[in-house]
Design a protein around this ligand. Structure first.
Ligand SMILES: *Cc1c(COP(=O)(O)O)cnc(C)c1O
Length: 298
């Protein structure tokens, strides 16, 4: 199985604030990488799909919330590359299905709901055994898709960038993508993660763990900013939604409020506060996830 990403453009964003700060802001449009497998999830899944195929698995199983971009991408990957997929969803079933889960079902995914208590133990041997009894053998991908193979896949994003930059920035949920960028940079330049959840101090340890699990050095040219979570995961505030409306109108680039909206808000704010040195170029990763826009009033 050969997985080659569709080439995606890098665009420059213009704003008087950037001129004042003497900083350039570029955006890498990974949201355009694949019609069914959005953004960073394409890269996170790549080596998982290759390994599952090599090892003879026909079924992929993973976990997520009812609006999960990862579940959406996994269903798309199953349809595209000929795997059966099982999505283990946190919480109760709600009918009609929301657009994320409807897409998953329409692309062949079988959904299984776990109550919140069992969901917390989803990685336990007991729950995995139960799943095997229920569904037969499967290739297991962790919630959010962050494992050593996701790091390997996301590292390849760096090689696709054909313009000079000083800092590469991405939104951080589990930090799998950030870890991959750090691995791909191999100590050059800087990586900046913007955490989209509250209390995300643990993400630094996640990065160190994922770098070590994927056989990478403990590089130190990275940081995680914790200031732009807007109250927590998938929480928004009027100022975030206002910013997104203005950004979209000025640049004709769609964002969503869970990840990319917070990333871009954070970068504008940091640039305005002269966080970056004059003359630097910041490259933001548009990690996709636009399916998640549905349901927010933007
Ligand atoms: C999943 C996702 C992220 C977070 O990626 P992690 O590797 O979990 O940090 C960022 N942006 C979008 C659009 C996503 O769907």
């Amino acid at each position: 199985m050969l997985l080659t990403p569709q080439p995606t453009p890098i665009q420059e964003i213009h704003d008087a604030v950037f001129d004042q700060a003497g900083v350039r802001l570029l955006i890498k449009r990974l949201d355009l990488v694949h019609p069914l497998i959005s953004g960073n999830k394409w890269y996170k899944l790549k080596y998982n799909l290759i390994t599952a195929r090599e090892q003879g698995f026909e079924t992929l199983l993973s976990f997520g919330g009812a609006y999960s971009n990862h579940i959406h991408a996994l269903a798309g990957a199953g349809a595209e590359y000929g795997f059966k997929t099982i999505g283990v969803i946190r919480g109760e079933e709600h009918k009609p299905l929301n657009p994320t889960l409807q897409f998953a079902v329409d692309h062949g995914m079988r959904l299984h709901y776990l109550n919140r208590v069992d969901y917390r133990h989803k990685d336990s041997a007991e729950i995995i055994e139960y799943m095997k009894d229920e569904f037969g053998d499967f290739y297991l991908i962790p919630e959010g898709g962050s494992n050593a193979m996701a790091v390997q896949g996301c590292a390849e994003i760096i090689a696709e960038i054909d313009q000079p930059f000083d800092v590469i920035a991405c939104a951080c949920g589990t930090a799998g993508t950030l870890s991959g960028l750090i691995a791909g940079l191999q100590g050059q330049h800087q990586a900046l993660g913007v955490a989209v959840l509250k209390g995300a101090g643990f993400l630094g340890d996640e990065v160190r763990l994922l770098l070590s699990e994927s056989g990478n050095q403990q590089y130190e040219n990275w940081q995680i900013n914790l200031d732009y979570h807007f109250g927590g995961y998938a929480k928004t505030k009027p100022e975030l939604l206002d910013f997104m409306r203005r950004f979209e109108a000025a640049n004709v680039i769609p964002l969503e409020p869970v990840y990319t909206g917070k990333l871009m808000f954070g970068l504008y704010d940091l640039i305005a506060a002269n966080h970056f040195q004059r003359g630097q170029t910041v490259l933001a990763l548009h990690s996709g996830g636009l399916q998640g826009r549905v349901g927010f009033e933007i």
